[in-house]
Design a protein around this ligand. Structure first.
Ligand SMILES: *Cc1c(COP(=O)(O)O)cnc(C)c1O
Length: 566
């Protein structure tokens, strides 16, 4: 079993994330942000780029989703046992929260890529005898509790995380904040790099801000103002006390509220958005900052189904390490092999759906998939805007649909969407069989993106910062039909890698349902049912032109060469 000593002999980049999808059995993630963090580490392991990740143990997980016959979501905790997967850390450190000393221990999880590389992951845990009951619960529930609970978690993650890495003896050369949740780490660095008091002139900051900026990089993921974590200064004062000079804090994090995104922006030399459009939107939202664009990617091995792994291994060996090789797919893989690999993945999905949902889907029927966090801007109901029209389309060319996704327990409109979808499922009856798989997780995601025929995305522009599930589909020869937002603005070559809904990235959101129906009826379904060769060309186009680029090996190489080596 690996220990900390295996990882402290060389300088590392500390990668901080509130959620990380380490593996399907460990429910310390809620959605795309956590999956991206996991894929980042898996690629860093493959490419042997030395990182150390810091996150919360989230021992009660995010939540387990149950859905009743009416489509009402209920939640249960989703506990996991860290000792089953990770080793207990020797060190404990403390932070001060609301004037109390809160002790933090934790776990070392060793994450493996698909090859020999590994990365250490430190899971912070306050569930220690030394702490009172409330403090023991700080690292329990991912995205649970109220605002004060969230701020306490962010103190543990950012401030506690830095102290823990130091106590464990890590040598750190850079700090990477994956989203603003961990931005308090930069305050801890400021305190560490403060000028000696006798050298500070009146009116000057006692902190060496340029020094801290050189050490930090920040990836923002949220293209809407409301999505950024903000805390009122009353609460901040109560939780942090005199941890940091209040004037400096207001100068760095905003005059009105402590805005975690602004704090991270002001204390990071390198800042990036997660797709080109998202970087543009972020530049408008935060004028005066240089926001780079590093488009997200997905981890090749993790997101490729077994039949396609075998096929790529045989035809394009080395594809996992260098997914660029997949650009040869069009010439080097026979059509028949692509179709057979897909049919195998589709059969697996359909067997699973039929067992789990009791609905009887057929391998011969065109299957559309949509699964993601259920939240208003993702518009999961767009496909069902006009049920008559959809049924009319399906009478000519049969359609079946598989859906999945969790709504945050406090997102009333997200939960309402799940109910609405269940109403539509009933109304569509036997004309269009629709299955909704509960408890969306990494395993369900892989089964879905590899087993459907087309993957759908319908976000409200410009709210999808990147989106990654469509990239996973591409690794499995499954083309994407989507509104032009996030990564799809870069990935879509109409009729070659998939299809756009609406004409361009600025077209009105209001016509999207009509465009989607038109594209299904006139382009996608006729091609699927009447032109096998044309269809296979698009499957290969998705592999050759999307999977070869939208992967986390490319993404990680860019972080390494642009953000970490400066
Ligand atoms: C990939 C993935 C996501 C993110 O998908 P998007 O397309 O970015 O919404 C969310 N949840 C799970 C379980 C995933 O595997």
């Amino acid at each position: 079993m690996a220990t900390i000593d295996d990882f402290i002999h060389e300088p590392r980049v500390a990668y901080f994330s509130m959620e990380i999808a380490l593996r399907n059995e460990i429910p310390t993630y809620a959605g795309g942000l956590g999956v991206l963090a996991g894929d980042t580490l898996r690629s860093a392991a493959d490419l042997e780029i030395p990182l150390v990740a810091v996150t919360l143990a989230s021992t009660a997980g995010y939540f387990r989703q149950m859905i009743d016959a009416e489509g009402r979501q209920t939640e249960q905790t989703d506990p996991w046992e860290p000792s089953q997967w990770a080793v207990s850390l020797d060190a404990i450190v403390a932070v001060t929260i609301e004037g109390r000393r809160v002790w933090i221990g934790g776990w070392l999880y060793v994450l493996g890529g698909h090859m020999n590389g590994t990365q250490p992951v430190v899971l912070l845990d306050t569930d220690l005898e030394q702490n009172g009951a409330d403090d023991r619960a700080i690292t329990r529930q991912l995205y649970g509790g109220d605002e004060a609970y969230r701020l306490r978690q962010e103190v543990v993650l950012g401030i506690g995380g830095i102290r823990m890495l130091q106590a464990l003896g890590f040598q750190l050369r850079q700090y990477h904040m994956n989203e603003g949740h961990s931005a308090l780490l930069a305050l801890e660095l400021l305190r560490r790099y403060a000028h000696p008091t006798e050298e500070v002139r009146a009116g000057e900051s006692p902190y060496d801000i340029p020094r801290v900026r050189e050490l930090c990089c920040f990836t923002t993921h949220t293209p809407v103002e409301a999505g950024h974590d903000k805390f009122g200064y009353d609460l901040v004062q109560r939780v942090l006390g005199d941890y940091i000079d209040p004037l400096t804090l207001r100068h760095l994090a905003g005059a009105e509220d402590l805005n975690m995104t602004r704090l991270a922006l002001n204390l990071s030399e390198y800042v990036n958005g997660v797709a080109r459009r998202h970087a543009e939107v972020s530049r408008h939202m935060f004028p005066g900052y240089h926001v780079h664009a590093v488009t997200n990617g997905v981890h090749p091995f993790t997101w490729t189904s077994v039949p396609f792994r075998k096929l790529f291994d045989a035809r394009l060996p080395g594809w996992c390490h260098e997914p660029e090789l997949l650009m040869r797919a069009e010439c080097c893989i026979p059509d028949e092999s692509v179709l057979m690999a897909h049919e195998e993945a589709k059969q697996r999905l359909i067997d699973e759906v039929n067992t789990r949902s009791g609905i009887s889907l057929s391998v011969d029927c065109f299957t559309l998939g949509f699964a993601r966090r259920m939240t208003a801007y993702k518009r999961p109901d767009l496909l069902f805007s006009d049920l008559e029209r959809l049924q009319e389309i399906a009478r000519r060319h049969p359609i079946q649909i598989v859906l999945a996704g969790k709504a945050h327990p406090k997102d009333a409109s997200g939960k309402q969407l799940i109910e609405t979808l269940h109403n539509h499922i009933r109304e569509l009856g036997s004309v269009i069989p629709v299955a909704y798989l509960p408890d969306y997780d990494m395993a369900t995601a892989l089964a879905l993106v590899s087993g459907v025929d087309v993957w759908l995305n319908t976000p409200l522009r410009p709210m999808e910062a990147s989106g990654t599930s469509g990239m996973k589909a591409a690794f499995n020869g499954v083309p994407h039909v989507s509104v032009l937002d996030g990564w799809w603005i870069e990935g879509c070559i109409e009729g070659i890698t998939g299809w756009a809904i609406g004409d361009d990235a600025s077209s009105a959101n209001g016509n999207d349902a009509g465009h989607l129906y038109q594209k299904l009826e006139q382009t996608i379904l006729p091609l699927y049912y009447e032109d096998r060769a044309g269809w296979t060309a698009i499957m290969k186009g998705a592999i050759a032109k999307c999977a070869s680029y939208f992967n986390s090996q490319r993404m990680m190489r860019r972080y390494a060469s642009e953000a970490y080596v400066r």
